[in-house]
Design a protein around this ligand. Structure first.
Ligand SMILES: NC(=O)c1ccc[n+]([C@@H]2O[C@H](COP(=O)([O-])OP(=O)(O)OC[C@H]3O[C@@H](n4cnc5c(N)ncnc54)[C@H](O)[C@@H]3O)[C@@H](O)[C@H]2O)c1
Ligand SMILES: O=C(O)C[C@H](O)C(=O)O
Ligand SMILES: [Mn+2]
Length: 571
């Protein structure tokens, strides 16, 4: 349980209702008698003074009275709007249970219904038609603030549920606080509203975003550039986290800006890193090497390509394999089947070039009516040891696909990573049954343990980027590196892999449990910051030996401090 720290003291300039309606400063019934007097609250609150434990107990009881996950999500969203300390304190006490409510999978439903559940706006909305005032709008909310983290999205490819217009996902930012201790006052979620091609939203008169088709091409690029340059000008040290951009923009924008600013794309790099960690744990169980695997990746979008590149880079770095040779270990399959040159340039993004398989290799393999090599045929020919899904196609790893894979290798490593839960490429229970308990499994959304043939539970690791991106980001913020380098990301992934419970017991989950997400992300952050020192790109004056102590010191905790009224104090 958290203790009220006598050392935390704040000078606060808000009084009465403005204090009670400030989620950052509100303590509700936990205001002390003295504070009630000093801040004009005595007549505004019932007499009894509660502890944070009592407040959490009450809030948890209220939460439990909501039946469905989406009702619980709405309740927690309201709580966040009322009192940050109480919200994060409650989440911290029930991390595993409540992460699935505020984040994946329930957030998908909240996002889809954003305009109908809308009560109060959160974060910043920068809309295409208002771009002339973008700088003023940005400064209005950020002037005088030390923004360390901006999570931004244009919501074109939210999870696997596609274009959601302004269905904001502020959960990514909340997870930074919950799992890495980022001060929520220093974080900002930004929605870049460039329209939507989602007809349901466009036809919905309650849709709260800009009701127009998506802006694309030069106009889009200019809008994004205006935003990025604004950040470079006014918040040059902040980490810019890109989330859920469409496949035609994600990689491109990352490459465009990553050398100029500390930019991070979660779907590409966060997913690549967490999947690399899970794979390292899996090969620890099978006692093999990354370079010994044959990889089939189904879904060659942001996540699929991010994983291929991340694992390829690790094969080069760790196993010393030349790049060309390492590339050949990957087989990418997308909606048009295996990625090979004869698909033509329209179906192969330039970024996929390194992983295109030669047509000759497939001349003896059956094709479908559209001339494509389907997943089953790829699995038959390649006999992969690793099969990863990030396709948004629920159920794509059929019984035939999984059984065929099992025929070709003893311990198939199968990671169906698409979110939310109903889009999972194979239910882990089925994959476990079809492989007689031999598959090493990890999923993107949380799933319950499955039974092994010997009756033992097999824990399904949650291979979700939330297990690593808060730590990657925190490590970069802590070291004030101007870039998030590949070396920093690999260092984070290696540290996470080293925490795998499967290294001690092969039947345990491949990755730490989400309940241990804060400890895991702290370790990742330390590794990332140390790597920044090793690469000489830290922007701080303290030394590498102090990284851990500085990390612990910097973490925000959901604790009430003592308030003193001061006109010049915080607002
Ligand atoms: N577990 C995680 O941490 C994690 C991280 C990122 C993404 N994801 C999930 O992965 C999925 C993809 O995300 P993304 O960001 O890469 O999206 P994306 O839009 O960039 O990529 C999706 C890719 O899948 C392909 N695809 C669509 N339908 C297909 C089909 N029927 N067969 C084969 N391929 C098909 C698309 O052509 C595209 O290349 C989503 O469900 C997302 O939730 C999971
Ligand atoms: O949001 C998640 O749960 C993971 C990932 O970023 C995704 O897009 O699915
Ligand atoms: Mn995402």
């Amino acid at each position: 349980m958290f203790q009220i720290s006598s050392e935390l003291k704040f000078k606060v300039a808000l009084r009465g209702d403005t204090l009670l309606t400030s989620p950052r400063w509100n303590k509700g019934t936990a205001f002390t008698k003295q504070e009630r007097k000093d801040f004009g609250l005595t007549g505004r609150l019932p007499s009894r003074i509660n502890t944070i434990d009592e407040q959490c107990e009450r809030a948890y009881d209220q939460l439990r009275s909501r039946e469905s996950p989406i009702q619980k999500n709405s309740f927690l969203q309201s709580l966040k709007e009322q009192n940050w300390v109480l919200y994060y304190s409650l989440l911290s006490r029930h991390i595993k249970e409540l992460t699935s409510i505020i984040y994946t999978p329930t957030e998908a439903e909240a996002i889809e219904n954003y305009s109908h559940l809308f009560r109060r706006s959160e974060g910043m909305f920068l809309s295409f038609p208002d771009q002339d005032t973008m700088e003023e709008d940005f400064l209005e909310q950020t002037r005088g603030k030390d923004i360390e983290l901006i999570v931004c999205t244009d919501a074109e490819a939210i999870l696997g549920i596609g274009d959601q217009g302004v269905g904001i996902s502020s959960a990514k930012s909340a997870i930074y606080t919950l799992l890495a201790g980022i001060n929520p006052a220093n974080a900002l979620s930004v929605t870049l509203d460039v329209g939507t091609d989602n007809e349901t939203l466009l036809n919905d008169h309650l849709y709260v975003g800009w009701p127009s088709k998506r802006v694309r091409g030069v106009e889009y690029d200019k809008f994004i550039d205006k935003f990025v340059q604004l950040i470079r000008k006014h918040q040059p040290h902040c980490l810019l986290h890109f989330e859920d951009f469409g496949v035609s923009n994600a990689q491109r924008l990352l490459e465009l800006y990553r050398n100029e600013h500390s930019v991070f794309n979660d779907d590409i790099q966060g997913t690549g890193a967490v999947t690399l960690a899970a794979l390292m744990a899996a090969i620890g169980v099978t006692k093999s090497k990354l370079a010994d695997q044959r990889y089939v990746i189904f879904g060659a979008g942001s996540a699929g390509l991010g994983i291929a590149k991340q694992v390829r880079d690790a094969i080069i770095l760790i196993d010393g394999v030349p790049r060309e040779e390492a590339n050949k270990k990957f087989y990418l399959v997308d909606r048009f089947g295996l990625i090979k040159p004869s698909l033509g340039p329209n179906k192969i993004r330039p970024a996929l070039q390194e992983f295109v398989r030669p047509d000759e290799e497939w001349s003896d393999v059956p094709i479908n009516d559209a001339g494509e090599v389907e997943l089953l045929e790829v699995v038959r020919k390649v006999r992969p040891t690793v099969l990863i899904g990030c396709s948004t196609k629920g159920g794509a790893f059929t019984e035939r696909v999984v059984r065929t894979m099992k025929e070709g290798c003893e311990r198939p490593i199968i990671f169906p990573l698409s979110n939310p839960s109903h889009l999972v490429e194979v239910d882990p229970k089925d994959a476990n049954d079809w492989t007689e308990g031999m598959a090493l499994l990890a999923t993107g959304s949380p799933f319950p343990p499955t039974k092994m043939p010997n009756g033992k539970d097999y824990v399904i690791a949650e291979c979700n980027n939330a297990l690593i991106y808060p730590g990657l980001g925190f490590g970069s913020m802590l070291s004030q590196s101007r870039q998030m380098t590949d070396g920093m990301i690999i260092a984070g992934a290696q540290r996470l892999a080293a925490l795998s419970p499967a290294l001690k017991d092969p039947d345990s989950g491949l990755l730490p449990d989400f309940q241990d997400g804060p400890a895991a992300n702290l370790e990742v952050a330390v590794a990332v910051a140390e790597q920044a020192f090793d690469e000489g790109i830290q922007g701080v004056s303290w030394s590498r030996e102090e990284v851990r102590a500085k990390a612990e010191e910097k973490q925000w905790k959901p604790l009430y401090g003592k308030y003193e009224y001061d006109e010049q104090g915080a607002k």
